[in-house]
Design a binder for this molecule. Structure first.
Ligand code: ZN
Length: 266
């Protein structure tokens, strides 16, 4: 089971792994906490955007071979323009949800599915979106309640990312609001990563999963992450999106596994 905050998060972080597991015959279930109704888009944020984004999520899930998709129906907490928690947010915002209550709802699905594995985010929530941090908290607790044995925290190896950005900074002037230093604390350092999953065989599905989120790829005034990533040309795409990273905290940091169900020591 893969637990994400908003529709399209599955495409960026775990799509290759999901497609791989489905191809191997596993039952893959995708759960999102919110419909992402406060994402940037051409249409007004709100209920209509939530509906559109859920439709895109079903499309993405179908491409990846998911057997079931659920939305817990919490409100998208949004992001303040400066980053961090938006002051104006819906009454049922995911970040204001009671962790225990939300975890019980997720645990019910874990138990119903007799899930062997739950994928969530690292404690920093990747780049720090409050809903992503909440996915970590709620997911951890849900796995405890349901007794789910394997918990993987989807992340990105930030070492090559920071190296690349620093190199790029010598030739390219980043916009003033862009600060390479924020990436030095985002996601995870290479040494903390326990799983490097080669998903090159599934980059076609991963790309199609990203492309399914049309509203996020084209919406807003600025280039969205997804739009930028979809512009990556085919051969390079393999290189950039051919690996997905996870941290499993009950394994030693030196563990180097290549499959979500891998045993350590191998
Ligand atoms: Zn998100």
């Amino acid at each position: 089971m893969f637990f994400h905050a908003h529709p399209d998060d599955e495409a960026l972080l775990t799509a290759g792994t999901m497609a791989m597991l489905a191809a191997e015959g596993h039952r893959v279930v995708l759960v999102v906490a919110t419909a992402g109704e406060r994402g940037l888009a051409d249409i007004q944020p709100g209920e209509a955007l939530g509906e559109t984004r859920l439709k895109e999520l079903y499309k993405s899930a179908a491409v990846l071979g998911c057997a079931r998709v659920e939305c817990l129906g919490y409100g998208d907490s949004g992001l303040s323009p400066k980053g961090g928690v938006a002051e104006e947010r819906p009454d049922n915002a995911f970040i204001d949800a009671d962790t225990e209550e939300a975890a019980k709802r997720l645990a019910d699905i874990l138990q119903e599915e007799r899930a062997d594995l739950l994928a969530i985010y690292d404690p920093a929530g990747g780049y720090g979106h409050p809903d992503h941090v909440q996915v970590h908290r709620v997911g951890r607790r849900a796995a405890e309640i349901a007794g789910t044995e394997i918990v993987l925290e989807a992340t990105v190896n930030r070492d090559p990312l920071v190296r690349l950005l620093k190199l790029a900074g010598r030739f390219y002037r980043f916009p003033p609001e862009f600060d390479v230093r924020t990436f030095e604390s985002a996601y995870s350092p290479g040494e903390a990563i326990t799983h490097r999953v080669n998903v090159r065989r599934y980059t076609r599905q991963k790309r199609a999963s990203m492309a399914a989120h049309t509203s996020q790829a084209s919406g807003g005034d600025t280039d969205r992450t997804l739009a930028v990533m979809l512009k990556v040309p085919g051969p390079l795409y393999h290189l950039v999106f051919g690996t997905e990273w996870y941290v499993r905290r009950d394994l030693p940091p030196g563990a180097r596994l290549t499959h979500p169900f891998g045993q350590w020591p191998e």
